[in-house]
Every structure is written in C-alpha cells, then in structure tokens.
Design a protein around this ligand. Sequence first.
Ligand code: NDP
Length: 293
Amino acid sequence: MTAQVIDGKAFAAEVRGKVAEHVTRLKEKHDLVPGLAVVLVGEDPASQVYVRSKGKQTTEVGMKSVEHKLDADTSEADLLALIDKLNKDDSIHGILVQLPLPKHLNEDLVINSLDPAKDVDGFHISNVGLLGTGQKSMVPCTPLGCLMMLRHHHGSLSGMDAVVIGRSNIVGKPMAQLLLGDSCTVTIAHSRTKDLADVVRRADIVVAAVGRPEMVPGDWIKEGATVIDVGINRIEKDDGKTKLVGDVDYESCAKRAGAITPVPGGVGPMTIACLLANTLTAACRANGLDEPE
Ligand code: NDP
C-alpha cells in the first residue's frame, strides 16, 4: 500500500482563499477590516521567519497586519503594557505573542493577560477551559489545522481510535481535546508511555507531535491508518546540508499508512491558515456578525 499524501499546502491555500473572500465581504458590507497584531520579543531566528510569514499572509488575505518587535531584554511591565494597549485597540481583533519568550518573562502571565476574545492562538487559560468543556472558544491553530485535514479526508471521525504522541499545551493536549470532541477514542502518549509501539499500532489516526526527528517507524503504523506529522526538525544530511523532517519516518510510514501528511507541506501551512481563520472569527464575534463556517 502507498499512502495518499494529504496536501496541507494546497488545502491551506483553499482555506486562505475562503478567508480572503470573507474579508472582502466584511469590508464591502460592514466597513470592517480584521486586524492581527503579532508581538515578537527578541531575535530567535526561527521565530523571525514565522513572524515574517504570518505578516505577509495576513496582508495577502486583505487583513491589517501589525508587528511589534521588542528587544530581548524588554521588561515584563513593558510587554504587559503593550498587550493592554492592543487589548483596548478596536482595530485589532487578534493578538499573537510569538513563543518562546526570553527566559526572564513569565509566559503564562503574559498569555493570560491577553483579552481571551483576541487570543487567536487559543492559549489563554479561559480558551483552554472552554475547549475542554466543549464550549465556543479560540482553538489553537496547529491542532485545528490537523483536525481540518482529518475531517476533510475522513468526513466523520466518530468511533475512530486516535493516538496523539506528545502532551504539550500548544499541540498534544488541545489535539486530544479536539479529537475527543469529534468522538474519537483518544490516547495521549508521552515520554513515559510504556510500549509506545503497541499503543501506536492500535491507532486509526496517529498524530505525532514530539520534536524528535523520524522517531516513528513504519512498522508501528496500522495498515491503512492516517498519519498526521506535526514535527518540524532540521537535520544534517550526509553531504553536510540540512533538511526538514517530521517526527515520523515518512518513507516507511507511507508504505503502511492509508494517508499521511508530508514535512514540509503538511501541518505547517495549515497552522498559519488557521491563524488567519481565527482572526477572521474574532473580528466577526467582536462585531456581532455571523462567523465563517
Ligand atoms: P514539546 O517539546 O512541548 O512536547 C513534546 C512532547 O513529546 C512532550 O509531551 C514529550 O513528553 C513528548 N515526547 C518526547 N520524547 C518522547 C518519546 N521518546 N516518546 C514519546 N513522547 C515523547 O513540543 P511541541 O508540542 O511544542 O512540538 C512538537 C513538535 O511539533 C516539534 O517538532 C515542533 O517543532 C512541532 N510544531 C510544529 C508546528 C507546526 O506548525 N507544524 C507548531 C508547533 C510545534 P513529556 O511530556 O513526557 O516530556
């Protein structure tokens, strides 16, 4: 069997196209331009790349994009003051604080100072609670993108066995909540899980969010399962050049899976598309307008 490749890049382009259409309608009918503010503290090179890409894609769908780049030694008080200003700014509907923050800043405190309605990353404690209790919330972008790809591929996920490898607050845990919300039987695996191979072999859906290059081999995958690879790992090749790989060994997993996301071109592009979709949703909610589907 050779797996069907789930093309996250193409799907993300489709999602961005729908967001752009909706943004045009908001402008025409309601004179409303959704605005996204991205706050970057310090000069982490990977974060700078993400922030640039987010800004570019935000403007491409017709939204307002604002970037705040702060020095690495910015004080917590100054960062909180900026967030307070953005919380009160009616032209800004989504605020994203790029993580990780420099060590002297308390991430939980900073994230929980966001207006939950503008927390387009879905990391604020009240959005986490709303998601966990099945209420309307802002849903973290990476797991949301994974869920959209799974729904698109399978239709209903009801009754499927899903294994999420990784229990981080930004990917693993919200992913598990979303799959539970779609009536999967969910197992969350992590570094202390015994017999991970056996656990993964039971799964109809495997979501790998670990951060360890190619750690899931093909013989862990049940024949025909769907594999969603969240991992982004840069490794050095034999010729000294680097390349991006996921958390699953693509070649061997693709031989057994029914469907699989590639790295790059799978989960990554969907994450930013979902950020734009969340910003649009936030703008609609803030103005009492119908939300996009
Ligand atoms: P974290 O480091 O926060 O979490 C990793 C999780 O993997 C932890 O729960 C850890 O378990 C678990 N883990 C580590 N080693 C093992 C092991 N040997 N067996 C089983 N589980 C293990 O990472 P993130 O959730 O933030 O990110 C995961 C990956 O996803 C990374 O590669 C990251 O780059 C990528 N990512 C991609 C995004 C995208 O847009 N495509 C967005 C966000 C992340 P424990 O809790 O026990 O330590």
